[in-house]
Design a binder for this molecule. Sequence first.
Ligand code: PLP
Ligand code: LYS
Length: 429
Amino acid sequence: MITEIKGNVMYFDGCSTVELAEKYGTPLYVYSENAILKECNEIKECFPDKYENTRVAYATKAFCSIAMCKIMEREGFCMDVVSGGELFTAIKAGFPAERIEFNGNNKLREELELAIEYGIGRIIIDGLQELHMIEEICKQKNKKINVLYRITPGVDSHTHNYITTGKKDSKFGIPLDADVIYPAVEAAINSPFVNFKGIHFHVGSQLFDNCSHLLALETTLQLVKKTKEKFDYDITELNIGGGFGVTYTDEQRKPYEYFVKPVMEKITEFFNQLGMERPAVVIEPGRSMVAEAGITLYKVGSIKEIKGIRKYVSIDGGMTDNIRPALYQAEYKGVIANKMDMPADDVVTVCGKCCETGDVLIKDGKFARAEQGDILAVLTTGAYGYSMASNYNKNPIPGVVLVKDGKSAEIIKKQSYEDMIERECYVEL
Ligand SMILES: Cc1ncc(COP(=O)(O)O)c(C=O)c1O
Ligand SMILES: N[C@@H](CCCC[NH3+])C(=O)O
């Protein structure tokens, strides 16, 4: 069990959350290595270990750090990066360049130059303009790189509007209009500077239904068939993105198998019928690999009861370390980590310390009766928490601790006030 209760205290991967808060200070992100490994094993079992020529590329945007890159390296995963910064982190962590795939709708020339210089495994191209930029760089550097095209499959997945990515009206991917996609495919096939491997799609995030993946796949397979007919060219790789939903509150999380099995069946059947070899298949999970492996610890501060309306419990962090409730109305569960033996029957709203009314982490949640100094743990914060943290109100970004079997180590130092102003100055003009 990753989360346990001993006496009145919540333990996380064998560590007392109260002791962690005391030792490292709050706010604090805590990641369980065993929980990450459990995800890795679950994925491996139903995907790369089950089907030949398949790969998992962890989408580092969910949580990007040297430590996470090292774990992914050891587990044999690939990594999907979306910026020069994520790419640099992976390389600095010693992650093999050939296992890195680069996504993004507006990759900068200098980011592409870095990627090509490092010799990464794949660039997932988001438009013809990008292909031309890659060709120029490869020509200059005398290099050739593997590429895929990210298409816009025209699928409206059922999730928050801000995290659906496959709709026709989207900044991501190449539209499937015949006069757009086929010239692009032809250009990539004929380019002496790229190896055109195949097609990528990503339909959205936090999904509980496999129908968006299957619909997008159908469209992709038609494109593969047309590419064969038109250009006599065999697509050798399909990337179906990530998006696998996790349980934050009451959602029923689906196993990876629910998503990948029908996808693999459909792909296998299609290529058998066509008499073509099945391409490599890649998935890009981000959230599902780390969300449940992470919690955030806070210290309770001011408590205000507005008679007949609401009770506010303030914590020493907030939207600066978890923007998701403010940005996507995301819901979380939390506990008073030092009062696990007490009934959670007090309905309170957990709010942050920013000067924003919307700085609320949990609205009307049930908690044990909170007092100043208690340790409040917000659960399932491992994905898109730390990675979206900000310095709003000049609040320092908290540190990150990795825990495993009762041991703990700081993997990202918390920011100090000094760190925040280090790059600032005033020049009288
Ligand atoms: C291209 C791409 N791949 C993978 C992911 C990871 O998605 P998730 O964290 O939902 O698994 C995203 C983010 O939504 C993405 O845009
Ligand atoms: N940041 C989003 C997910 C982004 C998906 C990226 N394509 C979230 O917290 O849910």
